[in-house]
Design a protein around this ligand. Sequence first.
Ligand code: NAX
Length: 331
Amino acid sequence: MSEPTVVTVTGAGGQIGYSLLFRIASGQLLGPDRPVLLRLLEIPQGLGAAEGTALELQDGAFPLLAGVETTTEASRAFEGVNVALLVGARPRGPGMERGDLLAANGGIFAPQGAAIGAGAADDVRVLVVGNPANTNALIAQSAAAGVPAERFTALTRLDHNRAVAQLAAKTGAPVSEIDGVVIWGNHSATQVPDLSHATVGGRPAPDLVDEEWIADEFIPRVAKRGAEIIAVRGSSSAASAASAAIDHVSDWVNGTGIPDRPERWTSVALPSEGWYGVPEGLVSSFPARSVDGRWEVVEGLDVAPEWQARIDVSIAELEEEREAVRALGLL
Ligand code: NAX
């Protein structure tokens, strides 16, 4: 067997961590021939939960699991890391303003980015799940000296999967027949789930659903699905978020093309190189394919004015977040 791939999960004692770790250990992140060494990073209050999970991982007797280490030290957690899943973040507390939230998360993601810059393997790939995910990714990327910006991504795959599932439910088609959905912008309520390029069994989605459904049901339902899950389940999305994180990294490592759909794309938040007029450096969601282990943004899609107007709102929000973070000295 090959050398184990080092996979670090932060916030490993939390609820997403609990779903994520067992799927990584079973080989669903990287594939059935890739052993993994797991590093679990927690803060002291979460360490017991992470250690308990490590015991359960041992009890899983996973053939691909080369070991599990728990730590509260970022430098240890990211030493030689190949895949970093940054899940742990500071949630918004009562009365907390956005500036307070960004400052608190800056205190987490800047040191973690610096530790990745200092110790990660040359091929490191980073996925930020902890919210506000796009701007946390920007903070970590800015602090990670020497790591190419494109290695820092944020999770909008859950939004993408939610959009695919809603379109499948509406049209009665299996999810496997849906292609071409895009999530643009921020992973927040301003995100834009766009089905103007989507197809269902090869037929254009806009021919199958009406505009009112798109504007009044599809977009708000996807964008506010997190709140719906909290209202029904009593706590925030966990297993679906973990599943989306697995999809994101698995596609990144193994490619998005599948035999009967080589051109298939997904949605990924990554530092803009100016695509679709999004200011350079903003971590925004785009349609992207993974080819030879790298994300390639799908360029040249026609964006109709009504969709562009929605996207502009989300990009303006990302710019405000970047300004706020700059003002805090985090960039
Ligand atoms: P939990 O509160 O269950 O777990 C978070 C864990 O992170 C805790 O165990 C905590 O001790 C740990 N932690 C906090 N600060 C840390 C630090 N500096 N270093 C290491 N660990 C630290 O939250 P959970 O439900 O697991 O959600 C985690 C994050 O994912 C939240 O920020 C949440 O908002 C975000 N989400 C992002 C989604 C996305 O699509 N991008 C969807 C799901 C989820 O809402």
